[in-house]
Design a protein around this ligand. Sequence first.
Ligand code: C2E
Ligand code: CA
Ligand code: CA
Ligand code: CA
Length: 272
Amino acid sequence: AKRLGKNRYYFFDEVLHRRIMRKLTLEMKLEKAIVEDQFTLVYQPIVRLASDTPVGVEALVRWDHPTMGDVSPTEFIPVAEETGQIHKIGEWVLRKACLEIKQLHEAGYHDLTVAVNVSPKQLERRFVKTVENVLEETGLPPQYLELEIIESLMQNIDTSKMILQSLHDLGIGIVIDDFGTGYSSLYLLKELPIDKLKIDKHFIKGVEDKTSLAIVKTMVDIGANLHLKVVAEGIEAEWQRNILHRLYCDYGQGYYYSEPVSLKDLKKYIRS
Ligand code: C2E
Ligand code: CA
Ligand code: CA
Ligand code: CA
């Protein structure tokens, strides 16, 4: 039994060790990722459910490393949040997204909005200046930019509130991402300047069962009562789209409409 115990510790040690090594590797490699141009953005259409027409896109970062290959943002964003590298990466994402959407507007695809994911860690005072600079540099009018914030990790509500208010005052849309998964959703709705709710894909996945349906319906109704627009993410099938449409959810997003695609393929999608 002792030996087993020992082995077990050894096993956990090794897993932990490997995890730490991976983190250090990612941290090191992230340092070069921007200068060596390893990031790209892909875009997923956001569609008005009543007409099935695209009204905007969400920008999602991709990291293709020369030796490690594709690393998922679900793996490297938390590392970047921990190391502070998220500030530089976030700024790169914001600038690139605004630039590319501005190009899209100039190519005749007017009125499309772009939603950029922002880590709660980025919500520091200097971020407002960064956003102002990027909008000025790229010439994208603020009403075409939305910032998606997840409710978890938001540690200092007062600071977050102040920063989000400043951004909102600039005319930028504020979206609560993964709505329904945090502990403080309803409290945040009362405290923060919010324009849109994005219902987390886990609720959409099971929307055929009674409980999930009731939860989704409640979230859509909260949005309507507070005069907020509501987006459902993770729509993979027509039946899901139909249910959400029937609940008067405003917008939808998911593989049913399109996977996240390159800017070039996005143009093709919107044209067709
Ligand atoms: P998220 O913001 O909730 O983004 C939605 C994720 O769901 C994306 O994964 C997207 O590819 C995926 N998705 C889209 N449609 C469907 C669908 O129909 N079914 C399913 N099962 N999934 C779908 P992705 O691109 O791997 O991003 C994962 C997460 O990484 C994002 O979740 C976001 O939290 C984070 N992330 C991605 N890009 C950025 C970024 O530029 N900045 C920050 N801070 N976080 C980012
Ligand atoms: Ca998002
Ligand atoms: Ca989400
Ligand atoms: Ca998520």
